[in-house]
Design a binder for this molecule. Structure first.
Ligand code: FAD
Length: 283
């Protein structure tokens, strides 16, 4: 964990690009509320296969123009090099210099006809085409990527992205704090020293969280599951419980040397603000 302690703490908030006019308006308010916390950047997700290409672009440029930097996510699965080159150029033209580079997941049944197989190839391509222009973040998996053959290979594959030129890591969310610190130590042992920023998922909806966690390989500890089950449809209690445990998780990460936090806001400000207000931050 030593290598992480030398980095300044960075804080970021993730949005998805809204689909409707109503969603756009709601996000403007959420963005305004979270901008008051003066994060280092906002990031905006990208639908694999390019399904949100224009909406991601519009959201990113709009946020960036309001003063705090915005980082688009860019997933490469099912994309051609020409397509990715065009997207990078458009971001460069608009002064966007941070990017979250991902493989992405295709919807089941869809076959990829793209020119990239893994995120390390995307990182390599971004460096080939744009040199050092972009600050590149990649995804890390403290609890191991769900499709990985095993933890050792997953870590070696993860290192390919750093070796290809990634500058920083945002992790998949997790609720087992030890998984993060073990992952960071394992990275350090194989020479990975870039900042590894924990991804934080507030809890607001329990069936959605269970479904999503199954898909992305995030473990919900039994004690949390059992408590959440007791709340049934009582949303207020679920949120209060979530704020309480995620605040503890976040504080413990920071106290033990995590170089910041990345919040998966799900385009909602209240849970993130409540957690933030419970933290004692150096900012
Ligand atoms: P990779 O790093 O390519 O890894 C995927 C799998 O392939 C792993 O099992 C790995 O071990 C294996 N692997 C990697 N490289 C190699 C190689 N060279 N040879 C053999 N095996 C290899 N998805 C979206 O669609 N849009 C988003 O905006 C988005 N944002 C995200 C943000 C964060 C912070 C995180 C953590 C995830 C995000 N995702 C997003 C989800 C992500 O796309 C999925 O988790 C996807 O399954 C893997 O993406 P990756 O970039 O980690 O892939």
């Amino acid at each position: 964990m030593q290598s992480q302690k030398k980095y300044p703490q960075l804080f970021s908030f993730e949005f998805y690009p809204p689909k409707t006019e109503e969603g756009v308006k709601k996000l403007e308010i959420v963005h305004q509320q979270l901008a008051e916390l003066n994060p280092d950047f906002f990031s905006v997700t990208f639908g694999a296969g390019g399904s949100t290409r224009d909406r991601t672009f519009d959201t990113v440029v709009k946020i960036q123009n309001k003063g705090i930097s915005a980082a688009p996510h860019l997933s490469c699965v099912a994309s051609t090099k020409e397509n990715i080159r065009d997207i990078l150029q458009a971001y460069k033209n608009n002064g966007i210099s941070k990017i979250v580079a991902l493989r992405g997941d295709l919807p089941s049944g869809m076959i990829s006809a793209g020119e990239f197989r893994y995120a390390n190839e995307l990182v390599e391509f971004i460096r080939e085409v744009t040199g050092d222009y972009f600050q590149i973040h990649v995804a890390g998996y403290p609890e191991v990527h769900p499709q990985a053959k095993n933890a050792t290979e997953d870590l070696q594959n993860f290192k390919r992205k750093i070796d290809a030129g990634a500058n920083a890591v945002i992790t998949q969310y997790f609720y087992n704090v030890d998984a993060y610190f073990y992952f960071v130590d394992a990275c350090e042992r194989i020479g990975i020293t870039v900042p590894i920023i924990p991804g934080i998922m507030p809890i607001t909806n329990y069936s959605q969280l269970f479904r999503f966690s199954d898909m992305c390989g995030a473990d919900i500890p039994r004690w949390m599951r059992k408590r959440l089950e007791c709340f049934g449809d009582d949303r207020e209690s679920i949120i209060a419980f979530g704020v309480d445990i995620i605040s503890h998780l976040s504080q413990s990460l920071l106290d033990n040397g995590a170089p910041g936090l990345h919040f998966y806001t799900m385009n909602q400000s209240a849970p993130t603000l409540a957690i933030w207000n419970n933290l004692s931050l150096k900012k």
